[in-house]
Design a protein around this ligand. Structure first.
Ligand code: SF4
Ligand code: SF4
Length: 390
């Protein structure tokens, strides 16, 4: 017979949750009541109003919806926040001219991997407590202010880089949530401080951290290379460096990560399980169809920007690396790629590397897209300047 939920003590349920979540491999466990996330909601409103959410549709939804777990599940009583380290180690040196991949994306797609374990955890709790639990489980997938909920649940404090930082494992961790119709003893909110440190703000390549904890997505390399479906603005391209997917700089420089980052115990997040720390730029630049793209990257986070987005990023990385080995693949992109986004960024990269004026001139005669033609002409202008003729 099913046990009445109201007869389950919140302390007993919280203890069981801790035990089972640790067994399931989660590094951090916390609980907060399913009420509105007021402070997080206010921060979000200011950020939206300043236009810093760029064109990320899911971040433009009304704050009342984004910051209230009960909007996601009416019967919600508690939000369980779980943290799991994805830290796969440090990037090896970029000796092959690869496109750098943010650490969270070296392995398999975390959405799928974590969702499986979340559902298993719920089933286990149902068995232990002898009652059905109405729950919604997600990670980075629904419009709840996950980081805010996690901070309320004691999983860390907000650093000046806007990441949630845990005093024991740093900030390289995924957050997953279970919204449940169960009373669980809540935890104290996470506390901690950056002290006088401002390293992330000083070292961000694009100056995207406008104030402590405030990241302007329009300037952030993570946004520009993942969520952004358009061009990477010309003035920002040189600052993207060799990043082809995401950016870790503001986490790499953080003293908490330097001393506390803990290697993930989940094999799915290791470099061997997915794309690893660098993309082979030349190989990626030769992917011409969505089918090929899926065949190469399915099951990893790298599918997120789509084929054209990822090739755009590879063009920018190759241009910044002045990668002469990538010239043939970039020239093929300029001649053959069906996406003007890719052709335009390939032109830019060829202009940066130099030596492809003939191909650029030929492309200028053939190109019908106005923006792309502009990129080709600017690349030719760059070549002329470099040759001392401009
Ligand atoms: S992810 Fe990179 S670009 Fe974005 S705020 Fe951090 S350091 Fe700056
Ligand atoms: S780098 Fe320094 S300022 Fe930035 S989040 Fe880490 S501790 Fe805070």
């Amino acid at each position: 017979m099913e046990r009445d939920k109201n007869s389950i003590g919140p302390t007993e349920a919280r203890r069981l949750l801790e035990e089972r979540a640790r067994e399931a491999g989660f590094d951090l466990v916390g609980v907060t009541r399913a009420g509105p996330l007021r402070a997080g909601g206010e921060r979000l409103r200011e950020w939206q109003e300043a236009g810093m959410a760029a064109d990320m549709g899911f971040m433009h939804r009304p704050v009342e919806l984004l910051a209230n777990p009960k909007k996601l599940q009416k019967s919600a009583r508690s939000v369980v926040s779980l943290g799991v380290s994805y830290y796969p180690g440090e990037h090896p040196e970029n000796t092959e001219g690869g496109g750098r991949v943010a650490r969270y994306a070296w392995g398999r797609d975390y959405h799928e991997v974590i969702k499986e374990r979340l559902f298993r955890l719920r089933r286990q709790l149902e068995e232990d407590l002898g009652t059905k639990i109405k729950a919604r489980g997600f990670t980075d997938a629904v419009p709840l202010l996950e980081r805010s909920a996690a901070q309320h649940a004691g999983l860390g404090f907000f650093g000046r880089n806007s990441c949630l930082i845990d005093g024991d494992i740093g900030s390289y961790f995924f957050i997953a949530d279970l919204i449940v119709d169960l009373d669980l003893k809540p935890d104290e909110p996470g506390t901690g401080t950056c002290g006088r440190c401002t390293r992330c703000m000083a070292r961000c390549p694009t100056g995207a951290i406008k104030a402590p904890g405030v990241v302007d997505a329009r300037l952030c390399i993570s946004y520009l290379t993942i969520e952004n479906s358009g061009e990477i603005p010309r003035e920002l391209r040189p600052k993207v460096g060799d990043w082809a997917f995401g950016c870790d700089v503001c986490q790499e420089v953080c003293p908490y990560n330097k001393t506390k980052a803990t290697k993930s115990r989940w094999p799915e997040f290791s470099a061997k399980s997915g794309a690893g720390p660098y993309l082979g730029v030349e190989e990626a630049l030769r992917i011409r169809t969505d089918e090929e793209f899926e065949g190469r990257f399915a099951g990893t986070p790298l599918t997120r920007p789509g084929r054209a987005g990822l090739l755009r990023n590879c063009c920018v990385a190759a241009g910044n690396l002045r990668s002469e080995g990538a010239i043939p693949a970039l020239e093929e992109c300029l001649r053959e790629d069906p996406s003007e986004l890719v052709r335009g960024h390939a032109a830019w990269a060829l202009g940066e590397i130099g030596g492809s004026e003939g191909t650029l001139r030929e492309a200028a005669r053939r190109e019908t897209d106005g923006w792309c033609l502009g990129e080709i002409r600017l690349a030719l202008g760059r070549a002329a300047t470099d040759a001392g003729l401009g």
